[in-house]
Design a protein around this ligand. Structure first.
Ligand code: SAM
Length: 551
């Protein structure tokens, strides 16, 4: 499709100039055939680019297509003459399809949850970015013109993502000041308003920490039709962008690249802690608290990239949640369960999320099974860094009626089985000189949960704590930390059995937090204990019970 429009990007300027050159050449009989051919080819390459990018980029959503159509067909000159807008707004202001999808991808890839846009126009970029945000994400769009808010809102309202957008009308700088005063911080900021103010927006954002550490700033029009590098530029916006680019390229707080998409998009990333040493002057204490340990911030220190983990009882409940959490934090995860089907299902879930995973069927009360499990993981991935010994069983009976069979079965899995796992994984870890063992104990190791009767369970779990303390102190000087997690009453299908369901109300009155634990309440703890951030912790029983053991 051919639009008669003002050339607005370096490629459009090139197409315009080549078209003119070709026309001149055609009207001049002395131009060699070869030059005509080169001009033609150059024109085809340049003029085909934007169309090709359009076609090969994923389709825009219906609300975006509608917004684009409505913007392009609107008479912006008329509304300006009628005094409805303060500025004469060219329709070419709109970011459009390819840039919009690029912004959406950047939001997704940076996992941004809070986005700020400076210069919204009719909201095409805002809605594109909102589409890339998670359900609980939000986008604040600054726009000078109240007319544009009214223009965009009806289409935002048609999109399921429109509710994530809050438009703040008025001067963007005033809005930035308001956001900074409210302590707001953003993961991604898109600057696309008045060019002469780009540098002021940027400095305000950086000086007032509106951009979180490792957050990204995207800047539109950073090539400004090529004027940023053309020697004869006199255009004030071109000069403003040239000065802006120069400033950014020398700012030690960030790293940056200009992507030559449309009129150029600069991607500017606030550097991680470690690279700030050159800035640390004066009263700043330039130590690991400031820089992060080995340059890693606290959240990075909880990452498990490159680590190998297994989780027993990983086919359901707490174990499944542990497997997902360790995998999300970067570990490869072997899902171990007695039930092959359940282990395989969880493995499939992890693979779907891009987490390397295998399933292993094993009964942890059998030492041969446990040895096979450890050998399988070690031979598959060459190491075992994280052993999550979580499998356990619980049976209920009054103590005077507890059979030796029940006692033995419970102990065989909960304590003897956990010991077998600790020993087998521990031998590998001691050889490696590094390892993290995390056993699942229970709040029942501390208190006697009631009114249900569960002598064997309680005593076996108390044993798990002592096993953890003993190994945790015996092996720590050889790099192996052993800790355990004691969950309170966890809301799993087990609890909804006919026997236990009537007890839920009773339990709730014993829990200061006022609810049962969800398996997701335990996930951060396992990641912490598996990570280097907890290296000084060993033999510890980490109790997560909503305060129940304190009442
Ligand atoms: C290039 S357009 C933005 C395009 C938009 N990002 C999109 O996705 O289509 C620039 C916008 O910035 C707005 N603007 C200009 N100066 C401003 C200021 N000082 N404060 C807030 N907005 C401003 C203009 O009204 C205009 O709508």
């Amino acid at each position: 499709m051919f639009h008669q429009k003002v050339p607005d990007t370096p490629v459009e300027v090139i197409v315009d100039l080549l078209t003119k050159a070709k026309d001149i050449a055609a009207g001049c009989g002395t131009v060699p055939e070869e030059l005509n051919n080169h001009l033609q080819k150059a024109l085809e390459i340049a003029s085909g680019l934007d169309d090709y990018l359009e076609k090969m980029t994923m389709q825009e959503s219906e609300p975006l297509a509608e917004l684009y159509k409505k913007t392009i067909s609107h008479d912006w000159d008329k509304v300006f003459k009628e005094g409805k807008t303060m500025l004469r707004l060219p329709k070419e202001c709109i970011t459009g399809h390819v840039e919009g999808q690029t912004l959406k991808m950047l939001v997704q890839m940076s996992q941004a949850k809070k986005v700020l846009e400076i210069g919204m126009f009719t909201g095409y970029g805002a809605l594109s970015m909102a589409e890339g945000l998670p359900e609980d994400g939000c986008l604040v769009a600054c726009e000078l013109e109240p007319y544009l808010k009214d223009f965009a809102q009806p289409i935002f309202d048609k999109s399921p993502h429109g509710r994530k957008i809050t438009v703040k009308t008025g001067s963007a700088m005033d809005t930035l000041k308001e956001l900074a005063a409210a302590g707001e911080q953003f993961d991604m900021i898109f600057i696309d308003a008045d060019k002469s103010n780009y540098i002021n927006y940027y400095n305000f954002i950086m000086d007032n920490t509106l951009l979180r550490l490792r957050g990204v700033i995207c800047v539109d029009n950073s090539l400004f039709k090529g004027k940023v590098y053309l020697k004869d530029t006199t255009d004030s916006n071109g000069l403003a962008l040239r000065e802006f680019n120069q400033f950014i390229s020398k700012d030690p707080r960030v790293e940056q690249v200009i992507v030559p998409l449309r009129d150029g998009i600069s991607l500017i990333r606030r550097l991680p802690l470690g690279s700030l040493c050159s800035l640390a002057q004066g009263k700043i204490t330039d130590d690991e608290v400031f820089q992060g340990v080995k340059g890693h911030s606290i959240l990075d220190r909880m990452r498990l990239d490159g680590k190998v983990a297994y989780v027993t009882g990983g086919g359901q409940g707490i174990g499944r949640a542990f497997a997902h959490a360790l995998g999300e934090a970067g570990a490869k995860v072997a899902v171990v369960d007695m039930d092959q089907g359940k282990a395989e299902t969880v493995t499939r879930e992890l693979l779907l999320k891009g987490i390397p995973s295998i399933s292993i069927t094993a009964d942890i009360s059998k030492s041969d099974d446990v040895q096979r499990m450890v050998d399988t993981v070690a031979s598959k991935w060459g190491a075992i860094h994280i052993a999550c010994n979580n499998a356990g069983i619980n049976m209920n009976s009054a103590s005077e009626d507890t059979s030796l069979e029940e006692w033995d079965r419970t102990f065989n899995v909960n304590l003897r089985g956990t010991f077998i796992c600790c020993q087998a994984a521990g031998r590998v870890m001691l050889k490696q000189g590094y390892g993290k063992i995390i056993n699942t104990a229970s709040m029942a190791s501390l208190i006697v949960p009631h009114p249900q009767k569960q002598l064997s369970y309680n005593t076996s779990k108390a044993g798990v704590v002592k096993l953890t303390q003993t190994l945790g102190t015996e092996w720590v000087d050889r790099g192996v930390r052993v800790n355990c997690i004691s969950p309170g009453i966890v809301d799993t299908p087990l609890i909804h059995s006919e026997d236990l369901r009537p007890l839920v109300q009773r339990w709730l009155s014993d829990i200061p937090a006022g609810r049962l634990a969800q398996v997701t309440d335990l996930q951060a703890a396992v990641v912490y204990l598996a990570s280097e951030a907890s290296d000084y912790m060993t033999g510890h029983n980490l109790v997560i019970e909503g305060g129940q053991s304190l009442w």
